[in-house]
Unconditional design. Structure first.
Length: 97
């Protein structure tokens, strides 16, 4: 996604479970917010990670990254977000402003 000049009204992420480092999900979030048009929607699959995102003892990097991603979308000043408990969880964020 780096180097893309286009902007998008919808971005779907279904790769958050694939990262070996927890900070990779946050880097991807920054890219998505940059590429998303105002009013655009960011959908992310596996937001609940079978409930493991709530385990304070989570040790695997991808679950740590998803938990950090979830926290970041909820606190992000340019996003209004919600997590829908559908299957393994889907987060939906709308870019404001």
């Amino acid at each position: 996604m780096r180097g893309m000049q286009e902007s998008f009204g919808l971005i779907c992420l279904d790769i958050l479970t694939q990262f070996a480092r927890p900070d990779t999900a946050l880097q991807l979030l920054d890219l998505c917010v940059t590429l998303l048009r105002p009013g655009g929607v960011l959908l992310s699959d596996n937001a609940l990670r079978s409930g493991r995102v709530l385990d304070p003892g989570r040790e695997d990097a991808s679950t740590q990254g998803i938990a950090a991603f979830n926290e970041a979308i909820m606190r992000h000043p340019r996003l209004v977000s919600s997590i829908i408990p559908l299957r393994d969880g889907v987060s939906m964020s709308v870019k404001v402003g």
